[in-house]
Design a binder for this molecule. Structure first.
Ligand SMILES: [Zn+2]
Length: 180
């Protein structure tokens, strides 16, 4: 994953039609403290949101914003109830529309983003993307509870057995701490 750390803060509001006309690209960050809905959905947001956007018309003359974002959050592992850090990435393709009719004419590959006037609330739409790409549950990738049972290097270990008997888990915790 290529991730150069440009610390240029993206503007909250952008003139998207103008950027599309100029076929512009934007790379920058959204300050983590400006996304209150994301903040309240996780334990904490660990870093600013890294964003890459490119503005253009597609062959059908739709106004399109394509982009990627990366963000890191701390959540609670639903298996061991300890904090787990998640590094998440999202890719998106927005079709800018101003009316419902325009929205229903968009190709399926584009997510309609409804605009009022020329100013697009970029932070709000980006925050929507982070929330859409937040997995419903958080788990450690490594086996965080049941170490003896899983071979190493199995990334699915933590998610593969979500229905555990809590007492058995406690026993195993005890057993493993005795060994240490
Ligand atoms: Zn865990």
């Amino acid at each position: 994953m290529l991730m150069s750390p440009p610390k240029i803060e993206l503007p909250r509001y952008i003139d998207a039609p103008k950027l599309i006309q100029r076929e512009q690209q934007l790379v920058g960050i959204v300050p983590r403290n400006s996304l209150s809905r994301l903040t309240s959905s996780v334990e904490s947001v660990l870093d600013d949101i890294w964003v890459e956007l490119s503005f253009a018309r597609d062959l059908e003359r739709n106004r399109v914003v394509r982009g990627r974002l990366q963000f890191q959050v701390r959540r609670i592992c639903q298996r061991c109830l300890l904090p787990v850090d998640q590094k998440l990435e999202a890719e998106f393709a927005w079709g800018l529309v101003w009316t419902e009719a325009q929205s229903s004419n968009l190709p399926k590959a584009l997510d309609p983003v409804m605009q009022e006037g020329d100013a697009l609330n970029l932070y709000q739409v980006l925050e929507d993307e982070t929330l859409l790409n937040l997995p419903a549950m958080a788990y450690h990738l490594e086996a965080c509870v049941d170490r003896d049972k899983f071979s190493s290097g199995d990334d699915g270990a933590c998610t593969s057995e979500s229905q555990q008997n809590p007492f058995r888990v406690l026993e195993q915790l005890k057993a493993s701490s005795n060994k240490l």
